[in-house]
Design a protein around this ligand. Structure first.
Ligand code: ADP
Ligand code: GLC
Length: 484
């Protein structure tokens, strides 16, 4: 199949969260499966270019483009995704993408992603690439399905192209004032935007994709159901209910080239389910690195997360201090984000020295160390489309304690102590009682060493590889091509 992937993030070049991991790993899987995959992302100035061999594409240099009244140019370079055989295309436009961060609050943020949405079909045209599947990820690429149906529809190149929008997170929709309408350059096709939104002065990029993509996916079966409800749909539930026959939930996968304790080059000791000594050594190394002074046999709870309300952090305020005061549990937190949460974890570290360590910031190596060195991993998410860290945790023998929502519900099974089955502890209701119960239960179970080892091995035996999850995308692509 000829497959085009359009994304704003790609590991390891530009990443704020799981979107980057999934765009990269899915593209790699598709290429390894023998498909012709073209991947395009913006060339941000934040990309660390050292060691990269960036080659300009000669027929894609200084291509003129107008976005509304702004006349400019874009160019395209190729680069090999580090550590892989996959070439990707970087969309170069310094005045839009040299902003010091992937996303901005600047007045022209919409233009940064309109350019991406316009350049992707144009790159196909200039390459003579007729994609069977145009796979768009999140709001940043949300106008592509509309553009394929309107301003580029004249081109027979796209006559058989099927577009897919994958919703990684419905909390981010790309909403702009309708003042930006001229910048969309719809040339008479304005009627294809959501008219009620336009009347109320809004243009919503994700919603536009939900209206016009041939098919919609999201990153777990449970989230596919949840986003059709008032509680989770963030205003898009009615539209999604209307398109439920074109909505598929496919759980994310884990890139085992990066996340496997047997081969991980970032962790201090490797280990497997058969030989777990390395995990204990990783725990000792992590404690020493973070200044955690408890006994090695005391449970160590890890967290690696963007610090936003999505991640359920509001539940922690009284529960964590209470449990830390009562039980000999250690806590290692890596994250950055909203100041109120950074403040909370900073205070917690201050109040429980040697028992809590909060590392504020982004640190991939430490993320691997925490996955490997912790006993338990906490994700009390308010909502979680898929979540990757709980799957990394399972692979690393680190037992997840999670809220039963979205991809967490689809990847973690409740422990049954009598039968020795299950892989983690889940709580259903988003409240402190639920979280307290889950943490107490997990800590009690941790004391039963035989059971705990069994649960660790149950988790390590799970298969969330892209081999498996990626095959579901391939099946979907084929169905769309046949169905038309
Ligand atoms: P989300 O995309 O909502 O942030 P996911 O669980 O899908 O959640 O993916 C998060 C990804 O980002 C994981 O690969 C995780 O290891 C990584 N990550 C999140 N915060 C940090 C951080 N502070 N430092 C390093 N990696 C992080
Ligand atoms: C989003 C979601 C997360 C998901 C990731 C990749 O950021 O919050 O649950 O795993 O996208 O799909």
């Amino acid at each position: 199949m000829k497959i085009f992937q359009a994304t704003a993030e790609l590991t390891p070049l530009a990443k704020t969260g799981g979107l980057a991991d999934v765009s990269a790993a899915l593209s790699l899987h598709l290429q390894r499966s023998g498909h012709d995959v073209r991947v395009v992302m913006p060339f941000y100035d934040t990309i660390d270019v050292s060691g990269l061999d960036i080659v300009p594409v000669d027929y894609l240099q200084e291509v003129p483009i107008s976005i509304g009244s702004r006349h400019g140019h874009y160019s395209v370079d190729t680069v090999q995704l580090p550590g892989t055989g996959l070439s990707i295309y970087l969309l170069r436009s310094p005045d839009l993408y040299h902003r010091g961060s992937i996303y901005t609050q600047h007045f022209d943020e919409h233009r940064r992603f309109i350019l991406l949405c316009r350049a992707c079909p144009e790159i196909c045209q200039r390459m003579g690439f007729a994609p069977d599947i145009f796979h768009c990820h999140d709001w940043h690429t949300g106008l592509i399905p509309l553009y394929l149906r309107t301003i580029y529809a004249w081109d027979q190149l796209f006559a058989r192209t099927r577009s897919i929008m994958t919703i990684h997170n419905i909390g981010y929709q790309g909403m702009f004032s309708s003042d930006v309408l001229p910048d969309l350059d719809l040339n008479g096709f304005e009627g294809m935007l959501h008219q009620d939104d336009l009347r109320s002065g809004v243009i919503n990029f994700l919603k536009t994709a939900l209206l016009h993509a041939h098919h919609l996916t999201t990153v777990s079966p449970s989230y596919a159901r949840e986003i059709q409800t008032d509680a989770y749909g963030m205003g898009l539930q009615h539209l999604l209910r209307g398109r439920r026959d074109s909505l598929t939930g496919i759980l994310n996968g884990v890139d085992h080239h990066e996340w496997d304790p047997a081969t991980d080059t970032l962790i201090p000791f490797n280990y497997t389910a058969m030989e777990l000594a390395g995990k204990r050594a990783c725990k000792r190394a992590l404690m020493s690195e973070l200044g955690l002074t408890g006994e090695i046999d005391q449970p160590l709870l890890g967290m690696v997360t963007r610090l936003t309300s999505q991640k359920g952090l509001d539940l922690l305020h009284s529960v964590l201090p209470e449990i830390l005061s009562r039980r000999p549990v250690m806590l290692a937190v890596l994250g950055s984000g909203e100041p109120r949460y950074e403040h909370f974890f900073g205070e917690l570290q201050h109040r429980f020295p040697g028992q809590v360590c909060f590392y504020r910031g982004y640190n991939n190596r430490l993320a691997h160390w925490i996955e490997a060195g912790s006993d338990l991993f906490l994700m009390p998410s308010l909502y979680e489309p898929s979540g990757l860290n709980q799957m990394y945790s399972l692979k690393y023998g680190t037992v997840p304690v999670v809220r039963e929502t979205g991809g967490l519900a689809d990847s973690v099974q409740q422990i049954n102590p009598q039968r020795g089955t299950g892989t983690g502890v889940l709580f259903r209701d988003y409240d402190e009682t639920g979280l307290r119960w889950a943490l107490e239960t997990a800590l009690d179970l941790y004391a039963n060493r035989t059971l705990w080892m069994q649960v660790m091995r149950n988790g390590m035996a799970q298969d969330f590889s892209w081999q498996r999850q990626g095959a579901q995308y391939e099946d979907l692509y084929r169905q769309l091509m046949v169905r038309g």
